[in-house]
Unconditional design. Structure first.
Length: 375
């Protein structure tokens, strides 16, 4: 009997396979197609000949833990204990999985806000717990009335994603005030805050759980070097959590991977001394504006994009097809691969929206836009 009977091949895999089969431009999966920083490859080349190839400590390379603590202090003015409150993970996904497996018990309930990334539900089900899927509002903001109504004594965890994949929406000050009120009403509730796009925000600065001291003792924050440094294939991220919660998460982490790739940890530890991570937002804002300008004369309606490197667009003026059928036809007939939004909902909500990844070089974006003009 399957432990995940309703899980199959993800929509990301399906669309990328179709893109390859039809020689389409792949704007579906969220990975950059441009070179990484030469400073990073130079560090790789140099450290690859040094003695950095054996197991790193389970929690992470001490120098990298220190650098993460420094980065958190610089970015959010929050002091973190490197040894006790940080865990280097094999990508954000492993961090999320370890957190849920460590802290969620059978018959607990976990709130997920839809549309949601697909890695949240599986570890909940494997914990014999209940995922409670709550749809965001039509403008993809949290519906606090519905969230409050769904929260009860069985609710162990609420998962938030800010900036949000797939919509590019960011949370407001009021959203965090509402979240603090929820915690006041349910003091046992924990927060898993997926902030892997934290450095990719545009007109409005990112508001993090790190900015909310009232929430620190009940929150686990997920970050991603892969997203921040264009190295998604390295699969390296980190968690920050209070020591009592982190102790439990580390128990699971040690039996999942024990420790994370030692060379990548050593490289990133050194790279953090020279990289300007705060320029990432302006870099991707230029990409966003360039892509939006290319698409302005298409029949697609572009939705606001406040963060991440994803652009949502409505095709309601073009077709009555469901989004899966429409995205497949985009590949076969127009040579552009995108992601439909309905798979991000538990009930397959039909929004007639598709998601583009604009973390691509200009030539790729220009060619994709030329093909989309034919819609």
């Amino acid at each position: 009997m399957s432990k995940l009977p309703h899980s199959g091949t993800t929509i990301f895999t399906v669309m990328s396979q179709m893109a390859t089969e039809h020689n389409a431009i792949n704007l579906s999966q969220g990975f950059p197609n441009f070179p990484i920083d030469k400073r990073l490859t130079d560090i790789v080349n140099r450290l690859a000949t040094q003695n950095v190839h054996q197991y790193a400590p389970m929690s992470g390379l001490p120098s990298l833990l220190e650098k993460v603590a420094e980065l958190t202090l610089q970015s959010y003015h929050r002091s973190i204990k490197p040894k006790d409150e940080i865990l280097i993970t094999a990508g954000a996904t492993e961090g999320i999985f370890a957190t849920i497996q460590a802290l969620v018990n059978p018959n607990d309930e976990v709130i997920i806000l839809d549309p949601s990334y697909d890695c949240y539900e599986a570890p909940i089900l494997l914990s014999n717990a209940k995922p409670v899927r709550i749809s965001l509002n039509g403008d993809f903001t949290p519906n606090w009335e519905t969230i409050n109504a769904a929260t009860n004594k069985k609710t162990k965890l609420i998962i938030i994603n800010n900036p949000h994949n797939p919509t590019g929406k960011t949370w407001t000050e009021n959203d965090f005030l509402q979240l603090e009120k929820l915690i006041d009403s349910f003091p046992h509730l924990l927060i898993l805050s997926d902030e892997v796009y934290e450095y990719i925000t545009f007109e409005q600065a990112h508001i993090s759980i790190h900015h909310r001291p009232k929430l620190w003792n009940c929150s686990i924050i997920v970050s991603s070097f892969g997203k921040s440094f264009h190295i998604t294939g390295w699969k390296i991220g980190y968690l920050i959590a209070p020591e009592p919660l982190m102790k439990e998460i580390k128990k699971v982490h040690q039996f999942l991977v024990f420790s994370v790739n030692s060379l990548s940890q050593a490289v990133i530890s050194e790279y953090l001394d020279s990289v300007d991570i705060y320029s990432l937002g302006s870099f991707y804002q230029q990409k966003r504006d360039f892509f939006r300008n290319l698409l302005k004369d298409t029949k697609l309606e572009l939705l606001p994009c406040e963060g991440t490197y994803f652009q949502l667009a409505s095709y309601a003026n073009i077709s009555n097809e469901n989004d899966i059928a429409f995205t497949k036809r985009l590949v076969t007939d127009f040579g552009v691969a995108t992601i439909p939004i309905s798979p991000f909902y538990a009930n397959g909500t039909a929004t007639k929206c598709i998601r583009f990844c604009f973390a691509k070089d200009d030539a790729t974006l220009i060619e994709a836009a030329e093909r989309l003009m034919k819609l």
